[in-house]
Design a protein around this ligand. Sequence first.
Ligand code: GLU
Length: 279
Amino acid sequence: MKRIKLFFLSFFTLFLLAACAGPNLAELDITQRIEESESPKIVWGVKADTNLFGLYNIEAGEIQGFDIDIAKALTEEITGDAANASFVEVTSKTRIPLIKNGNIDAIIATMTISEERMKQVLFSEVYFAAGQSLLVEEGSDLQGVEDLTSEDTVIAVKGSTSAINIREHSPEATIIELENYSEAFTALQSGQGDAMTTDNAILLGIIDENPGYRLAGAPFTDEPYGIAINHRQENFQAQVNEALSTIIENGTYAEIFHKWFPEEELPDLGWAAPKESAE
Ligand code: GLU
């Protein structure tokens, strides 16, 4: 009898403990959390080493870029105040694990929408259109991906689509994968590779700060960027999509786009064409 009592007691304790621990953070409904909280934060995973998209500005003490401004505009639409956006640095390799663990609510970090990634995350509609390219020194002989041979070494970043695509496009070249884009560019500068590869828009951000480098050839892939959200967060995905439509319609997207890419024309995103702001 004593044994049975003890069994039920430990079973009950375990049950209580499980109830106190609550559901896994990643499984809490984000939309519900936002609705119920008085100061509803949205935690965005962003790049902090990628000029134009997400780059830490030491003087300002904050991360700045196109992805950051879009995240702030979406946060304003969803919660009524852009100041509710908070930012956590991710790299191409860490962004999906961080969302799966519930450390961040969404990823807005130069991330291409792909079938493979859809096995792990939901995506918003496309919010930026890039394409993969090569970065080389001004004096390099390389004019495009078709020029790469077994003599060439190309630097890519772990966890990026670029690292996968380059192997398909140039199976004979040697590919080195590094942790993030600042490491990758430092490696290119120090002569560890003949080219570095990722999206043209990211590479243009590097050229902007480092004259003496150029793109080699036209983009050889399509890289439509989406905002990634954990599986089973369909409500939040719908909220993000609605907010994205609103800022595309009301000119906020166009303002942000022109701020970071003053020389580029507004992109047609396939599902929506951004409108210029009224003023
Ligand atoms: N857009 C590509 C990707 O999602 C390359 C940029 C990046 O590494 O974030 O993998």
